[in-house]
Write a protein that binds this ligand. Structure first.
Ligand SMILES: Nc1ncnc2c1ncn2[C@@H]1O[C@H](COP(=O)(O)OP(=O)(O)OP(=O)(O)O)[C@@H](O)[C@H]1O
Ligand SMILES: [Mg+2]
Length: 245
């Protein structure tokens, strides 16, 4: 049996007396798209922070491709081969779209290299999200949707195998939503594994091979869309008494 891509075991995190993650086990298989869903405040972003070194677990272990990540800085976690996006848009406004992707590839201005190969790879990545025509535009001049695309291009432009995407479709609709939902299923062909936090359940249904349902920091259900969307108890939790459409 191949070892999992990512394995969280007994991970706990409290803020003061608030036990946000009271004990979490989570396993990701390579080349799978897993959606992490759950109500606001369930602890989804906190889990990303715990995986990527932005927060340190109080207890438990995070193991990536057989290597423990406990105690590593976000920079060193990135060097192991995983990268994340943030719930709020974070791009470097004062440099160009192309330069933003190059920074994502090299992770840090210090080692930022504008080699021909890097530039070509960055342009190919921009083409994936339809931003190649704006490569030389300053990122601050992009629309909100384009900045979301650029955030995605920055993580795709890195060589990271594991991509953690925190609500990449938030605030998007119509064609801009289609850009993201069309791209995510293709990432596994590019040797990527994806964990995506997503509130839009139509998106979840169309892209996720496996769904992890989180409530109050606990995994209360795991399965395919067909399995989970049929469950009224989960709909009640998700919508606070509503129903799945
Ligand atoms: N650094 C922090 N200090 C104190 N409390 C925090 C911190 N980070 C998160 N929390 C708390 O942990 C809980 C979970 O927050 P988190 O952001 O992980 O939820 P979420 O599932 O991502 O929600 P949303 O869907 O709204 O983005 C919330 O009650 C939040 O206030
Ligand atoms: Mg969040």
């Amino acid at each position: 049996m191949t070892s999992p891509m990512l394995e969280l075991t007994g991970v706990k995190k409290s803020f003061g007396g608030n036990h946000v993650i009271p004990g979490l086990d989570l396993t990701l298989k390579a080349h799978e798209v897993t959606a992490l869903i759950g109500p606001n405040g369930a602890g989804k972003t906190t889990i990303f922070n715990l995986i990527t070194g932005f927060l340190k677990p109080d207890e438990g272990t995070v193991v990536y491709k057989g290597q423990g990540l406990t105690g590593l800085t976000p920079e060193n976690v990135f060097r192991k081969g995983m990268v994340r996006t943030f719930q709020e848009v974070r791009v470097f406004g004062g440099i160009t779209v192309l330069e933003n992707v190059l920074v994502g590839r090299e992770h840090g201005f210090g080692s930022w290299r504008k080699t021909k190969e890097n530039k070509q790879a960055a342009m190919e990545t921009l083409a994936l999200v339809g931003l190649d025509g704006k490569a030389h535009t300053e990122a601050r001049d992009l629309s909100y949707a384009e900045q979301k695309f650029l955030s995605l291009a920055r993580v795709l432009g890195s060589d990271a195998e594991l991509l953690l995407l925190d609500e990449p479709t938030s605030g998007l609709d119509g064609r801009s939503l289609d850009v993201v939902t069309g791209l995510i299923p293709r990432l596994k062909e590019m040797n990527r594994t994806v964990l995506i936090i997503e509130h839009n359940l139509d998106v979840v249904r169309s892209i996720a091979e496996r769904i992890v349902f989180l409530e109050s920091g606990r995994v209360i259900a795991t399965g395919t869309g067909d399995e989970l969307f049929a469950r009224q108890d989960l709909a009640d939790i998700y919508f606070g008494g509503g129903t799945v459409q």
